[in-house]
Design a protein around this ligand. Structure first.
Ligand code: FEO
Length: 164
């Protein structure tokens, strides 16, 4: 089955996007840890780890189809962040941009009639629905509770319980 140069190139680019996502969330984790918002920090570290795993899924898939992985430079993530609401708006916006990337890869695989890649990418299509849903839920909660108070403390505790 055909594995096109175009799709190989875009999957390599995707590794960079996934690793950048890990870097972005780790930078957010560091921001929260520095403010002693340990639950938020934990949630972001788990998120960063998942993004590394996403990158590795592309790495292993490229290998399994006999294509070479070429790692690109990862850009510097922001070091300073705004309010909690702004941070989770950034997370949601970022995940939407990743969804667009997955859709782009999928459309190439459809164009190529590359059924193996479509099957591989199905996992990411489902994952992106979850990613957007989780970020959206936290954002909605934050909009309700604001940046202060007992509700925020409770939310921090609950995010701290996210399984690795
Ligand atoms: Fe790997 Fe959050 O997308």
């Amino acid at each position: 089955m055909m594995f096109s140069e175009k799709l190989i190139k875009e999957m390599n680019v995707q590794i960079r996007h996934e690793l950048y996502s890990a870097y972005l969330y780790l930078s957010m984790a560091s921001h929260f840890d520095a403010q002693n918002l340990k639950g938020f920090g934990h949630w972001m570290k788990v998120q960063a780890k998942e993004e590394m795993e996403h990158g590795m899924k592309f790495y292993e898939y490229l290998n399994s189809r006999g294509a070479k992985v070429n790692l690109e430079a990862i850009e510097q993530p922001p070091l300073e962040f705004g309010t909690l609401v702004e941070i989770f708006e950034m997370v949601l916006g970022h995940e939407k941009s990743v969804t667009d990337r997955i859709n782009l890869l999928y459309s190439i695989a459809v164009e190529d009639k590359d059924y193996a890649s479509q099957s591989f990418l199905n996992w990411f299509v489902d994952e992106q629905v979850e990613e957007e849903e989780h970020a959206g839920e936290i954002l909605e909660t934050l909009k309700k509770v604001g940046d202060k108070g007992t509700a925020l403390f409770m939310l921090d505790r609950s995010l701290g319980g996210r399984a690795e």
